[in-house]
Design a protein around this ligand. Structure first.
Ligand SMILES: [Zn+2]
Length: 287
């Protein structure tokens, strides 16, 4: 086909239309920080240091969180439940011993979770213990509590990458009520753990919040009303099911980062917790 001047012009104008629509799409998706500031009554020009932390993983969906953090160049902390990567036990308890391990889904998913945790570590995120199981430890006998904390440390040893290692109590049970139940914090101290609290909460564990931008709103509201940032707790897994992620956070986190940047300046955990140093993990790189 011969290209005439008119078809060339038509091609050019179609191309400019395409460029214009691209530009429009960019403008349309750009975050209106002023609108967010007004909505949450944020002080003009103020941005607060914020550190993202994720509890209850590792889950298969943790990879979605890792992809967002990599794209956005943010370093986060993951408090993981040790039994979720105890693959030998999962194989013993959940697999048919007459079948090869490759055929056992629970075991294969556990191996995948271990790989995801290794990726989390290798991409420079901080990893801490969220205990061996997701229990109310302040309601358990002291010896049982110590065994579980110690066991979590052994299982997570290749992944805990700070010195001293970090810990976050499930439900905060033993932290919020540490005056009445001092044995839990004492056990952590004796085992060399440091407890990391969460002054800000996304409340993403509550199904009522798992819609629209309620979870984002929770975090922005807390920061702007207090004029303060800090460590915020999200969830990338669920405690009750061994492999299912909290899909709302893992699928929508990517949309929340840009609005958060209107009022937050993402910082590593060391900005808030100066007591620990990242451990040299080169010995474990092959995990
Ligand atoms: Zn938890």
């Amino acid at each position: 086909m011969k290209i005439t001047l008119s078809s060339f012009n038509r091609g050019c104008s179609l191309f400019s239309l395409f460029l214009a629509s691209l530009l429009w799409a960019q403008i349309a998706t750009a975050v209106d920080c002023q609108a967010y500031r007004e909505r949450f009554q944020c002080a003009e020009g103020e941005r607060y240091p914020l550190h993202l932390s994720f509890d209850d993983g590792p889950a298969l969906q943790t990879v979605d969180v890792l992809d967002v953090l990599k794209r956005e160049n943010i370093k986060a902390t993951f408090f993981v439940i040790a039994e979720k990567i105890e693959c030998d036990r999962i194989q013993k308890e959940q697999c048919n011993t007459n079948e090869p391990a490759e055929n056992c889904q629970a075991y294969q998913e556990c191996l995948t979770r271990r790989k995801i945790l290794a990726r989390t570590r290798d991409e420079g995120h901080t990893i801490g213990s969220h205990a061996y199981q997701h229990l109310h430890y302040a309601q358990q006998p002291v010896e049982f509590v110590r065994q579980h904390f110690q066991y979590s440390r052994e299982l997570l040893e290749p992944f805990l990458n700070t010195e001293p290692p970090l810990f976050r109590l499930p439900y905060g049970d033993g932290w919020f009520n540490r005056k009445d139940k001092p044995a839990v914090m004492q056990a952590l101290k004796d085992l060399g753990f440091i407890h990391i609290n969460w002054p800000l909460s996304a409340f993403d564990w509550n199904p009522d919040n798992q819609q629209g931008d309620k979870i984002l709103a929770n975090v922005m509201e807390q920061m702007c009303s207090r004029h303060q940032g800090g460590v915020v707790a999200f969830h990338d897994g669920v405690d009750t099911e061994m492999h299912q992620g909290r899909l709302f956070t893992t699928t929508h986190l990517g949309e929340w980062i840009a609005p958060l940047r209107c009022v937050a300046d993402f910082k590593p955990l060391s900005f808030f917790e100066k007591t620990h140093v990242m451990r040299d993990m080169r010995a474990y790189q092959t995990e």
